[in-house]
Design a protein around this ligand. Structure first.
Ligand SMILES: Nc1ncnc2c1ncn2[C@@H]1O[C@H](COP(=O)(O)OP(=O)(O)O)[C@@H](O)[C@H]1O
Ligand SMILES: [Mg+2]
Length: 259
């Protein structure tokens, strides 16, 4: 199953409980993601990207507007939505396979089936031989693959990715982007990818949404018409790729910024 996602006029205001001080994080933000589509969201630091994902996941309620999944209003967290962050959030005291099984433990699934499904995901991530290792024994890239296995094992309809590659070195990132691109496309899952890497946004996505500075809102969105998104590296070599990156660079006014 895959689901469509729609944000309709979302505004989020945070109020500090002690001081009453208010921060307008997001303002009248609207965009949609079709079933099976991968949409990246880029924007300056602090413009409310993570806040948006938290609202889509149901962790935060919007101050105004609504998030719809398959036309239904999101009112809390739901198991069909998977979340992945820059930090892998693997439990250090559990082996890799036990970490992948974790999400299945709440469901009424036998121990044997849990193990079987977790191992299948680990094979898909080329991690089967590390099933009994612990997170600290794996590299950063392997831990992110394990985290994706844990996300996919619950068979989510939507995956929300908040800068999942940003802590990795450049080479690991390239390899992992390709691996993620293929796996996610195979699973046919609807995805929202938050990233501050403009090149990554272009090579990974069907469409890019560009946000303004805080309070964040949509300044532009456009489809990425490059080759199949299962091969981000090949896409990065297409001449049109650079044009898309430049378009985002201009939209974010990066020309005017001092390094
Ligand atoms: N739980 C929260 N309580 C108060 N303010 C928050 C909270 N989460 C985020 N903010 C504020 O909202 C703004 C947007 O934050 P965030 O969504 O993390 O931005 P981004 O992910 O784009 O860097 C920031 O000013 C941040 O300080
Ligand atoms: Mg963030």
């Amino acid at each position: 199953m895959t689901s469509s996602l729609e944000l309709k006029g979302i505004t989020k205001v945070f109020t500090d409980r002690k001081t009453g001080h208010q921060v307008r994080a997001v303002e009248d933000m609207s965009f949609s993601v079709a079933a099976g589509e991968l949409v990246s969201v880029v924007g300056p630091s602090g413009c409310g990207k993570s806040t948006i994902l938290n609202m889509v996941s149901g962790l935060y309620a919007p101050t105004e507007g609504e998030v719809l999944i398959d036309g239904e209003k999101v009112v809390g967290t739901r198991p069909e939505v998977g979340f992945m962050l820059q930090k892998d959030l693997l439990l250090p005291w559990r082996s890799i396979v036990k970490n992948v099984e974790f999400g299945l433990e709440e469901k009424k699934i036998s121990k044997a089936e849990r193990r079987e499904r977790a191992m299948l995901e680990l094979e898909r991530m080329k991690l089967a031989e590390f099933a009994d290792k612990y997170p600290h024994q794996l590299s950063g890239g392997m831990r992110q693959r394990a985290a994706l296995a844990r996300t996919l094992v619950i068979e989510p309809d939507i995956i929300l990715l908040d800068e999942p590659f940003s802590a990795l070195d450049a080479q690991t990132k390239l390899v992992l982007q390709r691996h993620f691109a293929r796996t996610i496309a195979e699973a046919g899952v609807t995805c929202v990818l938050i990233t501050h890497d403009l090149n990554e946004a272009v090579i990974m996505s069907d469409r890019v949404v560009c946000m303004s500075g805080r309070p964040g809102t949509v300044v532009d969105e456009f489809p990425i018409e490059l080759g199949n998104r299962t091969d981000p590296l090949a896409r990065s070599m297409e001449s049109k790729c650079g044009n898309y990156v430049k378009r985002l660079f201009d939209l974010l006014h990066l020309e005017d910024q001092a390094a």
